[in-house]
Write a protein that binds this ligand. Sequence first.
Ligand SMILES: C[S@@+](CC[C@H](N)C(=O)[O-])C[C@H]1O[C@@H](n2cnc3c(N)ncnc32)[C@H](O)[C@@H]1O
Length: 279
Amino acid sequence: MNLTQLVNRKPLPDPWSEGEKIPWNDPEFSARMLEHHLTQEHDMASRRLTIIDKQCTWINKQTKPHSKILDLACGPGLYSERLTQRGHKLTGIDFGPASIKHAKEQAKEKGLDITYKLEDIRTADYGTDNDLVLFIYGEFNVFKTSDIKQILAKAHKSLTQGGKLIIEPNRYETIKNEGNSPPSWYSTQGGLFSPKPHICLMENFWHPEQNTATNRYIIIDAATGEATLHASSMIAYTRDDYKTLLTEAGFTDIEFYESLTGEEIEEQKHLEVVVAHKK
Ligand SMILES: C[S@@+](CC[C@H](N)C(=O)[O-])C[C@H]1O[C@@H](n2cnc3c(N)ncnc32)[C@H](O)[C@@H]1O
């Protein structure tokens, strides 16, 4: 996109019309994102290990000893590793190549028997007899409803009777506020979206009739002026919506928690936790 095309961009993009999500599965982007997963300076891609340790203590209590656990969108395996160390048998699926490579290397180095699969969770096989399926840290809302229905149906099918699903979506208000937040920008010598000097312009849109927020990231290369557009959309669901989605997928006894430690934590207030059971 050149600057004239940028100026003439659509004032209000339809959700998903300009892209589904940030390019987690692009090899170079994934390598840059891995640094954000692993840094202990912020919680942007994965949370800091002090938080993850507490969350794994809580997750461990939600399932029986020696459970078979599926970690959907596992990233670099920070939860899979810790739950394996607590005696469970983990499979992690993610389509970020650098994350899965790192996760496999770490498992080998630490002598942990974890199966990691570099696959898209929309098409991946979830296996059978899982005692617990995890889908954590906000990615739930980034999928179209048709995809999320399939993911939930597959998760339900893969669970053993008495098994559980734990999801950690963004709260309705989080997404609405994000969609309604004003445009912003930054300049950098190199960052997540490009290793070269660039300006990143961010625009946000809220589509009330679809309960969907769309974020645009426009990356302008400092040397060429060429603009690259990334976009992602997130659906805001109410607790009633979660109950409907999960019930339709066959789940029962749907419970809500304030966080993945069960308690209200200031830093995690933008997320909530939903636990659903397979009878
Ligand atoms: C916010 S990160 C969370 C990672 C991990 N759950 C954690 O908390 O450390 C979201 C993850 O979702 C993955 N992801 C997004 N869409 C995916 C898809 N369609 N299939 C597989 N993984 C996906 C990304 O690659 C990324 O690792």
